[in-house]
Write a protein that binds this ligand. Sequence first.
Ligand code: IFM
Length: 479
Amino acid sequence: MTISTASAAAGATESLDAEALAARIATGLPKDFVWGAATSAYQIEGATDEDGRGQCIWDTFARTRGKTAGGESGDRAVDHYHRYREDVALMADLGLSAYRFSIAWPRIVPTGSGAVNPAGLAFYDRLVDELLAAGIDPWVTLYHWDLPQPLQDIGGWANREIAYRFAEYTDHVATALGDRVKHWSTLNEPWCSAFEGYLTGRHAPGVQSAHAAVRSVHHLLVAHALGVEALRARGVSDVGITLNLIPAESPEESPEAADAVRLVDGQTIRLWLDPLLRGEYPADVVADFAKAGAELPIQDGDLARIAAPLDWIGVNYYSPHIVVPGEDPDPKPMPFVAADTVTRVVTSENVTALGWPIRPRSFAALLRRLGAEYPGTTWYMHENGAAYLDQPEPDGSVLDPERVSYVAQHLDVVREVVQEGVDVRGYFVWSLLDNYEWAEGYKMRFGIVYVDFETLARTPKSTAHWYSRLIREHRAAHE
Ligand code: IFM
């Protein structure tokens, strides 16, 4: 199969065979490059009523009529809670060196504060031991969107109290797993938690308020800061945060188009990286918030704590936001505060099944920009992948050439920018398994391993085989 790459070195687009591209990536990345796959608790575990797990905002949201496709929920998901051994064996077969997964807060502290649930901790204890026995390095994410419902009942992330509860929960998990888990991410994609959870309401808890969304931004960052302090206090040395850094671009060249790009870029990228890495919120974003009557509830000392040194930033990238100026006629509101002058460009050209444009050159530009504007930072690709409507062949195999192409193109970009000196140290494909894609339900498949949602049987797709060969080739190249 032939893949077009975005290599800048080649000038124009270049076409390479999938195996030749794998060889170029394998030999072009350094010896200690980390090869992983990622998942999250609510999307794969199921067992939402077992072993003392409490309820989370996604349980409530999915039960609310009209909020998720077909009313689907993570109640059973792909039953990883019971099948984790099989899943770890699968990862070992693929040759993964690392696995990024999240801990379900409602399993550990079912009511969000107070008593710890030992049975919940025991699950992750078993999972971590299983991973280590298989030679796979666990990368824990502490929060991937499953806020305990009792904490939402007191305002959720719009209430500063939640940040303190997060620090307590972090301490419990670090105490239990810190002897074996070396890599910790505090939050996954806080932009989604704040803007999709509290502004558009397309995600749990389904609130629609600029005021609540902006408060949530700051409280999520305070939670991150307190979480880092809790982890450091337990002697954890490899700590970061995972951000979805969606670059904005416009096909138009005008001051209005530049302003639309500025607004979107400000709220997706600079709103997070600037306080974390520079100790300040971007002034233009604060001004956009003020236009909507919303203010970041900063207290004395917060900014210094948020900017405490990190070991890395995890980057989740899928696609750029393509925008033009003007009021968006789309009935779905743009997920940005004061975005009444920004229209999303919808295209059907070179998109995944979710309609997300495939633009490896935008990805390359993003990584180069991160390297240039935030020098001295280490980056890990914590998520990258593509949704397609995969179906098994009559012989049971699952062929997903579009996903092979997507992953190969984006990995080749990683290779290229690493060779230019951008400090990207690993790649986690999203996702290990087909799973619950939040409000989209189960239709959109992101896995490199196919899951039959009836029988729950797992079948590695072509991407899994290609990725596995790449990992082995990389190892062989550095032996
Ligand atoms: O499935 C999600 C994941 O939970 C967070 N990042 C984006 C993925 C694809 O939408």
